[in-house]
Design a binder for this molecule. Structure first.
Ligand SMILES: Nc1ncnc2c1ncn2[C@@H]1O[C@H](COP(=O)(O)OP(=O)(O)OP(=O)(O)O)[C@@H](O)[C@H]1O
Ligand SMILES: [Mg+2]
Length: 438
């Protein structure tokens, strides 16, 4: 049911109907053979019992007729037989129960056979407190041996600093987070927190110090309050509200018909992408960890909300070590260091200004982004002006006439009003334009 939108997008109702019909047919076939075997067993059982009863009755009647036994014994035989029938029927139902229990336990045993790959080593210590010093030394990792995801990553985050990870999609940015959170064991090198190898401390204590805002937030099909409290079950209501205010979601939640008691649907289906992301930020604020990992935390938000959240995140990351993944470079220009990941390696590393001076990959990405951003700004300005003039033209025909005349006369201000003018403004940017903040 969770993927129903995909079914509708691709008009695949008929295909899904057929798949469902096939599944029902298979079920009916299996049910038919089950019922057949059960009924066969019942019939055989009843037949055996009735034949046995008949035979013993005939034998008893014969023995009474020749005077070998008296009638009382015949009555006793019938009573015993009647008492025996109940337990025998019970064995039939017992067989059925055993059969269905065997099927369930088979599934359970399949689960037990799965061995977790990430486990605490014997006798490892807890990490009672954490300063937030992170060091990756020559970390290698692959999900599939045929295709390495990380090819020897090296970096160091000092306590309380912000490190941004940028780079192409599929470059391994989220993988760095997953390894730090110990979802997987690394294939080579080491990851250290406060000088301790992450494999030498318990997974539980490590995860307590790390808060994650994932790329795609998954919520439980419960109330918003339940999902928020998941980070800290003992939190008071006011504490939860405070975290939501910091994540700019409190007022939005109060606007919902059931407020904090609104149910979010399967995997958070009833919330918009931006709302889900802010719930994730709020619960990370509630968890209050030393290290925060933000994977595209503001990707699904409009510019204004993003600014609010950026302020909240800046506040949240004060005194904490944060690792931020961002595709929009303008959100990470103030980071203490920026790592450019390429082909599973750190291709460039430094502050925004240092990387621009390098004139490498980062500069390229930055140039493309500000060009797109400026073009968008110019296009917006042109469209705004066009709308404004159209409004004026609607109110005053003659005013529009004179404006057009002025445009025809080569007025610079009027040029972007036409469609061709708008295009010129978006294509005017060249690679040799000066760099800087957009
Ligand atoms: N669970 C997984 N199993 C197998 N391969 C995976 C898995 N998760 C990611 N990968 C592969 O590992 C590589 C790195 O993935 P990762 O999610 O770290 O990329 P990313 O840099 O975060 O990309 P994006 O910016 O698109 O989120 C990709 O090529 C991806 O296909
Ligand atoms: Mg990712």
């Amino acid at each position: 049911m969770t993927s129903y939108e995909t079914v509708k997008y691709f008009n695949a109702e008929q295909y899904e109907f057929d798949r469902y019909r096939g599944a029902v047919r298979n079920f009916q076939r299996a049910e038919y053979s089950l019922m057949l075997s059960l009924n066969l067993m019942n019939v055989t059982q009843n037949m055996c019992f009735t034949i046995g009863l008949m035979a013993s009755c005939f034998l008893a009647a014969f023995q009474i007729s020749i005077g070998q036994r008296d009638v009382g014994q015949f009555v006793a035989l019938l009573t015993y037989m009647a008492q025996l029938q109940g337990p025998l029927n019970f064995f039939g139902t017992f067989y059925r129960t055993i059969q269905s229990s065997m099927i369930n336990s088979e599934r359970m045993l399949e689960l037990f056979k799965e061995q977790p790959t990430v486990l605490d080593r014997p006798n490892v210590e807890r990490l009672p407190s954490c300063q937030g010093d992170i060091r990756f030394s020559d970390v290698k990792f692959s999900y599939d041996p045929r295709k390495p995801a990380l090819n020897g990553i090296d970096f160091h985050c000092a306590p309380g600093t912000t490190t941004a990870l940028v780079g192409e999609s599929g470059g391994g940015k989220s993988t760095v987070f997953r390894l730090l959170f110990r979802f997987y064991n690394i294939g080579g090198g080491s990851i250290q927190i406060d000088g301790h190898d992450v494999e030498d401390i318990t997974i539980d204590s490590l995860r307590r110090h790390i808060g994650v805002v994932p790329q795609d937030t998954v919520l439980f099909n419960e109330t918003i309050m339940y999902n928020l409290r998941y980070a800290k079950p003992e939190a008071a209501d006011e504490e939860v509200y405070e975290a939501c205010r910091a994540a700019s979601i409190h007022d939005k939640i109060l606007d919902f018909p059931d407020g904090y008691e609104s149910r979010v649907g399967e995997r958070g289906l009833k919330l918009s992408g931006g709302e889900k992301q802010r719930v994730a930020i709020a619960r990370t604020i509630l968890k209050d960890p030393r290290i925060i990992l933000l994977d595209e935390a503001t990707a699904a938000l409009d510019t204004e909300t993003e600014q609010h959240i950026q302020t909240a995140l800046d506040k949240l990351s004060q005194g904490r070590t944060s690792l931020v993944i961002a595709h929009r470079l303008s959100t990470v220009t103030t980071a203490d260091q920026i790592l450019v990941l390429h082909a599973g390696k750190v291709a460039e590393c430094g502050t925004h200004e240092e990387l621009l001076a390098l004139n490498g990959r980062y500069t390229n990405m930055w140039r493309k982004q500000i060009r797109a951003q400026r073009a968008a700004e110019h296009a917006k300005a042109a469209t705004d002006r066009l709308t404004q003039v159209r409004d004026e033209a609607g109110g005053d025909e003659s005013a529009s006439q004179s404006e057009d005349e002025r445009n025809a006369g080569g007025n610079q201000r009027g040029r972007p009003l036409s469609n061709s003018g708008l295009q010129t403004s978006t294509t005017r940017f060249r690679d040799d334009m000066p760099l800087g903040h957009p």
